[in-house]
Design a protein around this ligand. Structure first.
Ligand code: C5P
Length: 227
């Protein structure tokens, strides 16, 4: 079987990573969560007070970018790749609402995108990869053999994210989660640099009323037809 590249883009909390992870496992492919990389840079910026305190210092963040070390490592217990920032596993920390509230702004910075897109292209150079994000089918892998663009109503997405945060023990209010989902959609779709848009050759996939198993079967079917 030939190896292909699968790009899954779409709005926040559309379940891209859940499907991408399952699909990669079923095909024996590598899964890359590109959003985790933007989240880890955001965590770095907050920890070093380049953002989040009185005045942002984006120039200082940009100067430090070449020295920030990001890598994914497999967690043997779960079989999932987890992200490390400067040698520390930050997989859990990067999922907080606070990171979600800052990440889209960090993702507008050209130098941040350059660094991460270069890394992502390298991770996919041997194909056999499923990557999810916002610009995978348009910028990172414009030649991907299968491109999906996931959508669902904002309320459905906010409910999913709200439940996820509660399950992880974070005390959040639904209104804040909905607001965050809508804000991120807006910033991600309106930024100058690689905005979130459906690639012309991407298949739009609305999963508002669809269960996980159903989604997985349909998308796996699409992949197998291309392979
Ligand atoms: O996928 P996730 O929701 O974790 O992504 C967090 C944020 O990272 C997005 O809202 C977006 O601002 C940014 N992002 C991006 N390009 C990607 C992946 C994520 O700009 N390829």
């Amino acid at each position: 079987m030939k190896k292909i590249t699968i790009a899954i883009d779409g709005y926040s909390s559309t379940g891209k990573s859940t499907i991408a992870k399952q699909l990669a496992k079923a095909l024996g492919y590598v899964y890359v969560d590109s959003g985790a990389m933007y989240r880890a840079i955001t965590l770095y910026a907050l920890e070093n007070e380049f953002i989040g305190s009185e005045k942002d210092n984006i120039d200082a963040l940009v100067k430090m970018l070449p020295y920030i070390k990001l890598k994914f490592e497999l967690n043997n217990a779960t079989g999932a790749a987890e992200i490390y920032l400067d040698g520390k596993n930050v997989e859990k920390e990067i999922r907080s609402l606070k990171i979600s509230q800052h990440v889209s702004r960090i993702a507008t910075i050209t130098e941040v995108r350059q660094k991460l897109v270069d890394m992502q292209k390298k991770m996919g150079e041997n194909k056999g990869v499923v990557m999810d994000g916002r610009d995978i089918g348009t910028v990172v892998f414009p030649d991907a053999e299968l491109k999906l663009f996931m959508t669902a109503s904002p309320e459905t997405r906010a409910h999913r994210r709200y439940k996820e945060l509660l399950d992880r023990g974070e005390k959040v209010v639904f209104k804040d989660v909905l607001e965050n989902v809508q804000n991120r959609d807006y910033i991600d779709s309106h930024r100058e640099n690689s905005p979130l848009v459906r690639a012309e050759d991407a298949i739009e996939f609305d999963n508002t009323d669809m269960g996980l198993q159903d989604q997985f079967e349909r998308i796996k079917g699409m992949a197998l037809r291309v392979i």
